[in-house]
Design a protein around this ligand. Sequence first.
Ligand code: HEC
Ligand code: HEC
Ligand code: HEC
Ligand code: HEC
Length: 158
Amino acid sequence: MSSLFRKCMVALTGVVIIASVAARQPAAQTPVPSPYVGADACKDCHSGQYASWAQTKHSKTLNKLQAADLEGTACIKCHVTGSPEMIAAEGATPSFPNVQCEACHGAGRLHVEAAATGDSVTARPAKTTEETCTRCHNEESPRFKPFYYTAMVGMVHR
Ligand code: HEC
Ligand code: HEC
Ligand code: HEC
Ligand code: HEC
């Protein structure tokens, strides 16, 4: 009897400790959705741009990297899509591989959500500029080839 009582007390004490620790934890947080949504989320409304992009090398830039190149951010930072923080955190398993729409047009969640309600003004993507491209097309690229914006801009949605 007394041993059962002791077991009950031990178990009860455990419950009290767990409950009091749990009470001190902040309320469970709703995860913030990524501001990036990926090219498939653009496909239905921009099928022409999607189809042309899918034929460019931008849609396959990760294929050019060897397994060892996926370590750290030295290579993937220009071969995948996302914010610098996301790219660093996701490492070799990026949520948005390759140079997708949002690498040039910016994170698209707000535009997609607004456009779905018929509002194409809110969060409309900004115009691309030469700097959109030279973030990646610069001499930090070990395979750098000279970049001429006006000559090459027409190739991204040919
Ligand atoms: C629900 C439909 C819808 C979805 C999904 C959508 N868009 Fe749009 N988008 C629109 C509409 C409508 C416009 C305005 C077209 C116009 O006025 O010429 C637009 C305009 C644009 C423009 C042109 C802005 C300009 O200045 O001309 C870009 C770039 C763009 N969208 C990129 C994207 C990207 C990238 C995605 C995916 C992340 C996406 N869109 C998803 C409907 C959509
Ligand atoms: C390498 C950069 C790059 C990528 C990747 C890219 N775009 Fe674009 N996009 C551009 C440029 C440059 C323009 C030309 C208009 C401008 O100067 O803003 C453009 C124009 C557009 C337009 C405006 C209509 C037009 O044809 O001028 C839409 C819509 C668009 N892109 C959607 C997309 C979608 C959807 C994807 C992914 C499937 C995508 N883009 C991928 C750079 C890019
Ligand atoms: C996030 C990085 C990134 C951005 C931004 C970017 N590029 Fe690229 N681009 C690449 C990479 C990586 C390759 C190499 C693809 C390969 O060889 O497989 C490439 C290849 C290209 C090519 C040759 C590929 C082909 O299909 O013929 C052209 C042209 C090009 N980019 C133009 C542009 C233009 C114009 C812009 C801006 C509107 C731009 N890029 C923005 C990373 C980027
Ligand atoms: C600053 C952005 C950037 C970084 C960092 C980067 N790349 Fe790239 N990479 C590009 C761009 C842009 C291209 C397209 C060629 C060009 O114009 O530079 C490319 C093309 C390539 C290609 C295709 C070359 C070809 O001639 O077809 C390979 C392979 C490659 N990169 C490997 C790497 C490796 C490995 C690393 C890391 C050691 C790396 N890249 C880091 C931007 C970058």
